[in-house]
Unconditional design. Structure first.
Length: 251
C-alpha cells in the first residue's frame, strides 16, 4: 500500500468501522487464479473451432480486459448468438472444473483467516463470482469453504446480471439484511468490474486488491477508494489489526 492509499485509509477509517456487510470476490481476491481462467477459455475456444496460434489472440485479450464480468456475458459478446455463447460457456465450465479437480485451485494467503476475523467482528461476509453456480460450488468444495461465508452468490442468483452491474452486491444486501443502508457495505475485488459494481451499488468502501487481474491505476480509475496489497489488509482498513503473516498486511 502506498502513502496515498494510507492517507486515504486514515481519513476514511471512522466511516469504515461501521461496515457491516463485506462482499468479497473469489478468483484473484480470495482464491488464487494462476491463469486458470485463460486456460479454460483457451480450451473453450478450441472447442468452438478456433485454431491454436502463437500470435496475439484478440478474443483472449478481450477475456483479460473483462476479468470479473459474468462469463456468459463475455461469451455472448465473443460468439454473437445465445446458442454459441451457451455452448462456449458449457465448455469453459467443464475445462475449469477439470483444473479444479486436478488440484489447481488454492486460497490466497490470509484469505480464510481474514474471513474468519471479519465474522468474529460481527460482520456478514458474502463471496461472489462471475462463474456459474456449478463452478463456484466446485471451488468452494475444493477449498473446504462450503460453510466459510454467510452466503455465496453467482450472477444467476442475482437475476442473471453479473459485474459490472451492482446486482450481486444489492442481492447480498437484501438477502442478508445485515446492513441498514448501502453505505455500510464493503466491496472488495481484483478487477475494474468489481470496483464498478461496488460504486454502482453505493457501497461505503470499495477496495481493490493487487493479487489478481488489474493494477492499481485501473482499480482507482474504476472507483476504488483504497488499493490493498492483498485481502489480508482489509481488517486494518476496517479499524482492526490485519492478518499477521501476510505480506504487506497491516497489524
Amino acid at each position: 500500500m502506498n502513502q496515498q492509499d494510507m492517507n486515504q485509509q486514515d481519513m476514511n477509517q471512522g466511516m469504515n468501522r461501521d461496515i457491516r456487510l463485506v462482499v468479497l470476490d473469489m478468483a484473484g481476491t480470495t482464491v488464487a487464479d494462476d491463469g486458470l481462467v485463460e486456460e479454460a477459455f483457451t480450451a473453450a475456444s478450441r472447442h468452438m473451432g478456433a485454431a491454436p496460434g502463437s500470435g496475439p489472440d484478440p478474443m483472449l485479450d478481450y477475456v483479460r480486459a473483462t476479468m470479473g464480468e459474468s462469463k456468459i456475458s463475455v461469451f455472448r459478446h465473443l460468439f454473437g448468438t445465445e446458442v454459441k455463447a451457451q455452448e462456449a460457456n458449457k465448455a469453459f465450465e467443464a475445462a475449469y472444473a477439470e483444473l479444479v479437480d486436478g488440484g489447481r485451485v488454492a486460497a490466497l494467503p490470509g484469505a480464510c483467516e481474514t474471513i474468519e476475523l471479519l465474522k468474529s467482528q460481527g460482520r456478514t461476509v458474502v463471496l461472489t463470482t462471475g462463474f456459474a453456480r456449478t463452478t463456484q460450488d466446485a471451488i468452494l468444495a475444493a477449498l473446504g469453504w462450503q460453510d466459510l461465508a454467510h452466503l455465496t452468490l453467482c450472477p444467476a442468483d442475482a437475476g442473471g446480471r453479473g459485474r459490472p452491474y451492482p446486482d450481486m452486491v444489492l442481492t447480498a444486501f437484501l438477502r442478508t439484511k445485515s446492513a441498514d443502508g448501502v453505505g455500510q457495505i464493503a466491496v472488495v475485488g481484483d478487477t475494474s468490474y468489481d470496483m464498478l459494481s461496488g460504486v454502482r451499488a453505493g457501497a461505503g468502501l470499495v477496495a481493490g486488491v493487487l493479487t489478481g487481474a488489474h493494477g492499481a491505476d485501473a482499480l482507482r480509475a474504476a472507483g476504488a477508494t483504497q488499493v490493498l496489497d492483498g485481502v489480508g489488509q482489509l481488517p486494518g482498513v476496517l479499524g482492526a489489526p490485519g492478518v499477521l503473516g501476510v505480506p504487506g498486511a497491516l497489524g
